[in-house]
Design a protein around this ligand. Structure first.
Ligand SMILES: Nc1ncnc2c1ncn2[C@@H]1O[C@H](COP(=O)(O)OP(=O)(O)O)[C@@H](O)[C@H]1O
Ligand SMILES: [Mg+2]
Length: 181
């Protein structure tokens, strides 16, 4: 993975194969599940990209790494799949076929957008104004045989995730006359 950025600005990555997508997704699991000191559990991630970009692959790998077992279905038809694991609530949404905002309001989906829920949303752009900004937006694009991804934080929590996973590299040490030799 290639990292090119300054702190809390977007992170651009190259994901050469599916394993790279899955490894990236898995790295978010401890942060979202409250297993990282100083990072409160929960959060919302929007996943954008064409069909086949790897949005569902990302979500599956994140849920697996969080300890979810059994079949992880794509929520394309149901709009929502949810999972519980001890005190953690996971919601996987896919708005690809979404057309009627009443569907969202009638089903009380707004209630799931709580701070300590883990909410992963494919095709958020299809929901228009219904969704508040996420903590993190991930845009995945086809690039040769693999993918590229741009991770953009929209909250302090999203910024904290990125600085935890991609700490700024220390400035290179330039030799001075005091270094001897
Ligand atoms: N970094 C990657 N490079 C190449 N193929 C990938 C990568 N990440 C995921 N894939 C593959 O691309 C496909 C993505 O499918 P899916 O996750 O269902 O896409 P989406 O949900 O975005 O429509 C899967 O077949 C997966 O194996
Ligand atoms: Mg999908």
């Amino acid at each position: 993975m290639i990292d090119a950025r300054s702190p809390t600005s977007p992170v651009s990555l190259t994901l050469p194969d599916e394993q790279a997508t899955e490894a990236l997704a898995a790295s978010f699991a401890p942060l979202l599940c409250g297993q990282q000191v100083g990072v409160p559990k929960g959060g919302r991630i929007h996943l954008r990209g064409d069909l086949g970009a790897g949005k569902t692959s990302f979500v599956r790998a994140l849920l697996r790494a969080s300890g979810i077992q059994g079949r992880i279905k794509s929520p394309s038809y149901a709009l929502l799949e949810s999972y519980n694991l001890s005190s953690l609530h996971f919601y996987h949404l896919d708005f690809y076929r979404f057309s009627d905002s009443r569907e969202w309001l009638d089903a009380g989906f707004r209630d799931i957008l709580q701070d300590d829920s883990i909410v992963l949303i494919e095709w958020p752009e299809q929901a228009g104004e219904l969704l508040p900004p996420p903590d993190l937006d991930i845009q995945i694009k086809h690039e040769d045989e693999g993918r590229s991804a741009v991770l953009t934080p929209y909250s302090d929590k999203g910024s904290l995730w990125l600085t935890t996973l991609f700490p700024a590299k220390p400035a290179p040490h330039l030799p001075t006359s005091q270094d001897g030799a």
